[in-house]
Structures are given as structure tokens and as C-alpha cells.
Design a protein around this ligand. Structure first.
Ligand code: SAM
Length: 287
């Protein structure tokens, strides 16, 4: 490998509380040759707080391809670069994707330096199912597009995580009530890690009404979490049972369970147990 090729660090920064900058992030930001920032003013504040004097350049989303090409040249000349966004993890509803893709395509080393992320931060304390979730980023801004967009995830069993501005959050929750059903549970995580950190829980309809009625609940930054389709698990099970019954009529149960697992995305052991509980003994006798 060419000794002169620099490393690209993708560095997470705090989403509000400056104490959330990790020790490793601080060291990387101090040691690199250059920091590429989404907004240099925003990052300058963080660097000043930490006493870091590393050279800072702008990395813009609107001309990301050009910015990425320039930074690739910098990396190939042997300099190391840290990519940061205004807050949280770069690339997560923030710039950086083109740069990481280009760097990898050139065989450069890309090093993640993990830390704060608003979606995971909200999920970790919201009290909605966290074993399975779908990060959706920002919804479309117009109502009609937003409802079509929500339609596409209406049957998703995992918790939905959305970023939204305070201005549009009530509208998005009202659309969620229309498209996903009034009774879906939801949580609004607002101003996370900051002084006025707030979690509001309720149905999507209740939260839409609350945000409409209370101006202060629309202030600042927020993450919306909406529980997944409550009976999606059983819908999956109906399909699994259907496939398992067909296969178990022809094959030993263990083979039928293995094939049904591959066809439905289920787990072989669960399907085998289902087969036994359903008394699909034909297969058992053949084994
Ligand atoms: N890259 C960031 C991350 O890792 O979370 C997200 C950047 S995105 C442009 C900004 C959105 O993230 C905000 O509109 C809001 O939805 C969410 N967000 C960021 N900071 C937040 C905070 N402290 N509390 C609640 N939501 C926040």
C-alpha cells in the first residue's frame, strides 16, 4: 500500500451536550491534518470549546461530488482527514456519503469514530420496541407525498424512526394517524441531551393534537418514533404456517422447516417447533 495515502475518519460529534464528544473523537480531531465540516461555523464552536486548532474546511452537501473529489486528492497526497457534520453521525441524514463511497472505491481506508446519533439516542430511552427498528430519516414535506411515503412502511413490524422539524411534526403525526391507524403508540423525543430534553408518549393522534395545541412542544429538534404494525408478527406466522403445511405434507418435518425458513425469512428451529405444535406428524414419521 502507498505509504502516502491518508486515512479518512468519519467522526460523530455531540447532538447537543458537548460532554458527549468521545475521547477518541477529540484525539482524532486534534491529530488529523484537516477537518472537513458540513458547516465550518458550527464545527468551529465545538473545536473552540475543546481547544482544538486543526485546519477546517467546508464540505458541502449541495456540491458533494466536487467536494468529495477534492478531498480524495487531499487523502491521496497523504494527508489524513476527519469528516464531521453539524451534529451527530455524518451520513445519517447528513452529508458524507459520496466521500465515503469515493474513498472506498479508491481503496482508501475509512475509519468510523462512533458517538452520538439522535435516532439511537431517542430509541434507547423511548420505551418502544427496540429489538427491530427502521430508520426513515426526514419525511417528504408535502402532505400527499408524505402519506404515500408512510403507506410504504404501514406493514413494517419494527419501530419507525423519523427526523422531523418542530414546524411539521404535528402534521406528520396526523398523517401517521390517517395512514397507520389512530391507535399506534408513538414517542416524541425533543431537544435530546439538552437542557429541555423531553419525551412525550401517546398514540399518534394524541401526540399530533398535543403538538398542535402546545407551542413549546414544537420548539427545537425532535425525533418521532412510531411503533411498528402490532400484529405484523402474526401475519408473518400465518404465511409461515401456510408454507410449512405445504412442505410438511411432502417432506420430513426437519427438511420442511428448513425450506420454509428460507422461503419466509423465519428461523428453522421456530418453524420446526411450529410443525410439532401443529401435529405435522407425517413428516415426523418419515424422518
Ligand atoms: N447526523 C445527525 C444524527 O446522527 O442524528 C442527524 C442530522 S439531521 C440533519 C438533524 C435532525 O436530527 C433534526 O432535525 C432532528 O430531527 C434530529 N436531531 C438532531 N439533534 C437532535 C436532538 N438533540 N434532539 C432531537 N432530535 C435531534
Amino acid at each position: 500500500m502507498d505509504e502516502r495515502r491518508g486515512l479518512l475518519y468519519v467522526v460523530a460529534t455531540p447532538i447537543g451536550n458537548l460532554g458527549d464528544l468521545t475521547e477518541r473523537a477529540r484525539k482524532v480531531l486534534t491529530d488529523v491534518d484537516l477537518i472537513a465540516a458540513e458547516d465550518t461555523r458550527e464545527t468551529r464552536r465545538l473545536l473552540a470549546h475543546c481547544g482544538i486548532t486543526t485546519r477546517l474546511i467546508a464540505y458541502h452537501d449541495y456540491n458533494e461530488a466536487t467536494a468529495a473529489a477534492r478531498l480524495i486528492e487531499t487523502l491521496e497526497s497523504g494527508l489524513s482527514v476527519a469528516l464531521v457534520s453539524d451534529a451527530g453521525t455524518p451520513l445519517i441524514s447528513d452529508p458524507g456519503y459520496d466521500l465515503v463511497v469515493a474513498a472506498r472505491a479508491r481503496g482508501l481506508t475509512v475509519v468510523p469514530v462512533p458517538g452520538a446519533n439522535a435516532a439511537i439516542c431517542a430509541l434507547s430511552a423511548a420505551g418502544l420496541p427496540s429489538d427491530r427498528f427502521l430508520f426513515l430519516g426526514f419525511p417528504p414535506r408535502t402532505g400527499a407525498q408524505r402519506r404515500v411515503w408512510l403507506e410504504a412502511v404501514a406493514r413494517e413490524p419494527g419501530t419507525l424512526i423519523l427526523y422531523e422539524s418542530g414546524r411539521r411534526a404535528a402534521l406528520t403525526l396526523a398523517d401517521a394517524a390517517t395512514v397507520l391507524g389512530e391507535t399506534r403508540r408513538a414517542v416524541v423525543g425533543r431537544e435530546l441531551t439538552k437542557r429541555f430534553e423531553t419525551f412525550l408518549s401517546g398514540t399518534v393522534r394524541e401526540l399530533a393534537d398535543r403538538l398542535t395545541a402546545e407551542d413549546e412542544q414544537r420548539l427545537g429538534e425532535m425525533v418521532l418514533l412510531i411503533e411498528g404494525l402490532p400484529d405484523a408478527g402474526s401475519a408473518d406466522q400465518v404465511e409461515q404456517e401456510r408454507v410449512l403445511r405445504v412442505l410438511a405434507a411432502e417432506l420430513p418435518l426437519r427438511r420442511a422447516a428448513g425450506l420454509a425458513a428460507r422461503l419466509t425469512g423465519g428461523r428453522k428451529n421456530d418453524l420446526y417447533r411450529m410443525g410439532i405444535e401443529l401435529g405435522l406428524g407425517q413428516g415426523l414419521l418419515k424422518e
